[in-house]
Design a protein around this ligand. Structure first.
Ligand code: GAL
Length: 405
């Protein structure tokens, strides 16, 4: 009887080996548009394989990371997943969940394709564990041009004091919540942008490498400024994802939002044209960077298909197709500006000359335990405004998860 069992083509033995499940949190808007761009390149380069979308919605992986953690624990990894370069990637490396891709770097000529500093963020003990897809900038202030014009704001503020003055002008002009804000990780981003202004890049870096004391008076002063900043934001922030805050900006209910440059792609995908951008006031020429990368998990069902995906991710054509739609810039140094929207063309220029600092909620500065501890401390602060309690919690998180002295 065995020979008579009928199979549809997708059930044929071996058909599963063609599928490549790509796990991300790029489910909608500009993020999905970026992923679609990459999938288009994959279809051309890897016609033997079939892309399977394993996206789990929720900004910054707020849901996806938990789903992924439980799948990895149950030895059911997707064929590849999105992981941030830096400390966050090290989590998976330390847990022995990733294959070494050094041989592929040599085979595909990737070793000199990316900036040296970025490769260092993907390397542990001489082995390289992922292929970077992009560089995003976190410290960007997006604005609704019409709302600013109505309040008589014609120039971007370049200092925190100037920014507070503009926020006051907006309030006086009847904009009740001039600065749109979302939940936990989006609050971490706003606070980090403010810390960069208050501390400067070197001291900001020290927060993550152990050189700066979280208990210092300058941090107390920054938290007090942050508390003031929250008074210009929407009270329902703790229920908002970044796209809900973005909607306030699009609807003209808010004038500003601090968000990574995936917002450029998302505003474009949603057809909203009336937006401006500037670096967060007081950040000067600091580029707060993060990078999405893709990995080959140990135990992936289709390692060959994943390698084809990774090769596309690392290729110049794959990086152009992806980044033109994603709001980010190519991690490769040899992709030209042709075909990129104005925002990314400007970011490509800034990246070359700016001072770089990492981001905690997006993994370049801290691993997931630290991200979670900071996120819950800030969530609590959003509700109670207790400056001393936030500073104590941030110092405790650094002591627990930061570099040991
Ligand atoms: C970041 C990720 C970006 C973007 C953003 C918002 O963590 O690196 O690519 O997706 O979250 O979801």
């Amino acid at each position: 009887m065995f020979a008579t069992v009928a199979c549809s083509s997708s059930e044929e033995p071996g058909a599963g080996a063609k599928k490549v499940e790509v796990f991300t949190w790029w489910a909608d808007g500009g993020e999905k548009a970026g992923l679609d761009g990459l999938v288009g390149a994959f279809k051309t380069d890897c016609a033997d394989y079939e892309f399977v979308n394993g996206a789990v919605a929720g900004g910054a992986g707020s849901n996806a990371k938990q789903v992924l953690a439980s799948r990895l624990q149950q030895n059911d990894p997707p064929d590849t997943f999105q992981a941030h370069a830096g400390a966050e990637l090290s989590d998976y490396i330390n847990d022995d969940q990733l294959e070494d891709l050094s041989a592929q770097y040599t085979e595909w000529g990737l070793s000199n394709a990316f900036p040296k500093g970025l490769i260092e963020n993907l390397t542990v003990d001489g082995k390289i564990y992922s292929v970077p897809a992009n560089i995003h900038r976190a410290n960007v202030l997006w604005s609704n041009k019409t709302v600013l014009a109505k309040a008589g704001i014609t120039k971007d503020a370049t200092t925190l004091d100037g920014f507070f003055a503009d926020l006051d002008k907006l309030k006086a002009a009847g904009v009740a919540t001039p600065l749109a804000l979302g939940k936990d990780w989006t609050q971490q981003m706003l606070f980090e942008a403010l810390l960069i202004s208050k501390l400067g890049p070197e001291k900001f870096n020290g927060l993550w490498n152990g050189g700066t004391d979280w208990k210092g008076a300058d941090i107390t002063a920054a938290i007090n400024d942050y508390k003031k900043l929250l008074t210009y934001t929407n009270k329902d922030r703790d229920t908002f994802d970044w796209t809900d805050a973005e909607k306030m900006l699009m609807d003209g209910k808010a004038a500003y939002q601090l968000m990574g440059d995936w917002e450029a792609a998302d505003l474009d995908a949603k057809g909203f044209k009336d937006y401006g951008w500037s670096v967060f006031p007081g950040n000067g020429n600091v580029f707060q960077w993060l990078a999405d990368s893709f990995v080959l998990p140990k135990g992936a069902k289709n390692a060959d298909g994943t390698k084809c995906w990774l090769k596309t991710v690392g290729s110049a054509t794959g990086q152009a197709a992806f980044n033109q739609k994603k709001g980010s810039i190519p991690a490769r140094t040899d992709v030209g500006t042709d075909g990129f929207p104005a925002y990314q063309q400007a970011a490509m220029g800034d990246w070359k000359t700016a001072t770089q600092v990492p981001s905690c909620p997006h993994g370049s500065a801290c691993a997931q335990g630290w991200q979670g501890a900071v996120g819950s401390a800030q969530g609590k602060f959003s509700a109670d405004g207790d400056v001393a309690a936030l500073q104590t919690a941030l110092a405790a998180a650094a002591a627990e998860f930061g570099p040991k002295k």
